[in-house]
Design a protein. Structure first.
Length: 493
């Protein structure tokens, strides 16, 4: 056996922790003795989250994306690319999201099945894919990334594709009909008679009955705003889409942190404080999906986007920020860890993440929820970066920040205002790089958030708050129109 095989066979088995045990392990590594509890989402609870705007900005001054760590001002695009952007990436990785290891194993994609389907009244080719991660260095953990790619069948050339975080699988399987269905039914009846010969008389008495019947046409379940489903809209507009299952990359819980791609690279051992969390892992998976799409001649690989809602909205923004190959992003209702400001005291708090979904972030992020530790205590005001700088990392590429309204279920917990403030401030970087920011007067302290359904989509940085709930569906048609304008795409091309 080779050296890798020898080391793999001698490696210890994966550590099995509960989420609480893994959380405590990281607290011990960091020297944290106690964490402040996060606020309750129940407005009647004694520790309910703050929704008073007058109390929302205890740390009102944001880190400046255009000021270098040594205090120098960024005045040119070259200074941004050469100096400031690397500084922000380093801080986001070290203190917030964690580092993707340099030695992540390669992924080999396999098409497991191809189906010719209809999305609405449009013919599509759907490919189900598995991306197998090389686990030869640690065979105890296997990672198989699941993605389904759906493309217009009759496109005149390569088309843009939107990778969507969510459950993968064929959207509308092509079922056997006509003679094919008759053969299936005949075979099923023969098998049933073989199993129970008395059924021959039953079938003779009911000659018209068939075990399987064609599935009747099902009208689509419309979006809340009455529009067709997002996938129907994309195909009708001449786009493709890819459904990427984040759970096939990394589990959405703390107990799974020693499994999945993070566990595979760590050989089943707990994370260190600067190791990546689930958000970076999901973003890494999207990057491997993009690797595959770049090999498909039907895909316009220069115009691949990423989309997600809620926790997957966070992941979409993180993906876009760190992987500059993505051309566009639709960030749906993403809250803390996504587009909204970390240092704001409104709705979900940093403490919500340090105590709850800590595994989304780097271990180091837990320091900012500490009330007692070997280093004293820290708050969200101590975080050296914020989401305005995360959004700025996307510049000058197409970045669409989307929200709904609390009245329809896009809760105050998400802090829409905090995301708007971050988007306004990030716009200065878009402008520096020759792109257009939001057409709204004022800075992040003075700009007024526009009313719902008033879209600001004239530039590469876009904002729209629709009148629906915790979804980006009502904004999909606006996203497609906006992106098409900037990439020069039209349906039928």
């Amino acid at each position: 056996m080779g050296q890798n095989a020898d080391s793999a066979s001698s490696a210890p088995p994966p550590v099995t922790f509960t989420s609480d045990q893994d959380h405590q392990n990281m607290m011990d590594q960091l020297g944290i003795k106690a964490l402040r509890p996060g606020p309750s989402g129940n407005e009647k609870a004694p520790n309910h989250a703050n929704y008073d705007e007058s109390l929302a900005n205890p740390y009102p001054n944001l880190p400046d994306p255009l000021t270098l760590n040594d205090g120098g001002k960024v005045t040119t695009a070259a200074m941004w690319w050469d100096k400031r952007r690397p500084e922000i990436v380093e801080m986001q990785e070290k203190y917030v999201y964690g580092r993707v290891p340099k030695d992540v194993p390669k992924v080999t994609w396999t098409v497991t099945a191809v189906d010719h389907e209809f999305i609405g009244f449009n013919r599509v080719v759907a490919k189900d894919l598995i991306g197998t991660v090389d686990n030869s260095a640690y065979p105890a953990i296997s990672v198989k990334i699941h993605m389904t790619l759906v493309m217009p069948e009759r496109a005149a050339g390569p088309v843009p594709v939107l990778i969507m975080f969510g459950q993968a699988g064929f959207p509308n399987p092509n079922e056997p009909r006509g003679e094919d269905l008759e053969r299936v039914n005949a075979a099923m009846k023969a098998l049933l008679v073989q199993q129970d010969p008395s059924l021959k008389d039953v079938f003779a008495n009911h000659p018209a009955w068939e075990p399987l019947k064609p599935t009747p046409f099902q009208p689509p379940q419309m979006n809340a705003d009455g529009d067709l489903p997002n996938t129907w809209q994309l195909i009708a507009a001449g786009w493709g889409f890819a459904l990427l299952d984040p759970a096939s990359v990394q589990a959405d819980d703390g107990a799974g942190i020693t499994r999945g791609i993070i566990g595979l690279v760590n050989k089943g051992q707990p994370r260190k404080p600067e190791d990546w969390g689930a958000l970076r892992a999901w973003g890494w998976g999207a990057g491997r999906a993009l690797d595959y799409l770049a090999t498909d001649p039907a895909v316009d690989a220069k115009h691949v986007g990423i989309e997600g809602v809620s926790r997957y909205g966070k992941a979409a923004l993180v993906t876009m920020a760190f992987d500059q190959r993505f051309a566009m992003v639709l960030v749906g209702s993403s809250d803390k860890g996504g587009a909204t400001l970390l240092r704001r005291n409104y709705g979900e708090a940093v403490e919500s993440l340090t105590g709850g979904e800590y595994y989304w972030m780097a271990g180091n992020f837990m320091k900012y929820g500490a009330s007692a530790a070997t280093f004293g205590s820290k708050t969200s005001g101590d975080i050296p970066v914020d989401s305005n700088e995360l959004i700025a990392l996307c510049a000058p590429r197409l970045t669409f920040i989307s929200y709904g309204v609390p009245e329809k279920g896009d809760a105050h917990w998400l802090d829409h205002q905090g995301s708007f403030m971050a988007t306004i401030d990030a716009g200065r970087v878009f402008t520096l790089l020759g792109a257009k920011a939001l057409d709204i007067e004022g800075d992040y302290k003075t700009a007024k958030m526009p009313p719902m359904n008033e879209g600001h989509m004239g530039g590469e940085l876009a904002w729209r708050q629709h009148d629906g709930g915790h979804t980006d569906a009502p904004n999909m048609k606006y996203f497609i129109q906006w992106a098409d304008k900037f990439i020069g795409h039209a349906a039928g091309q």
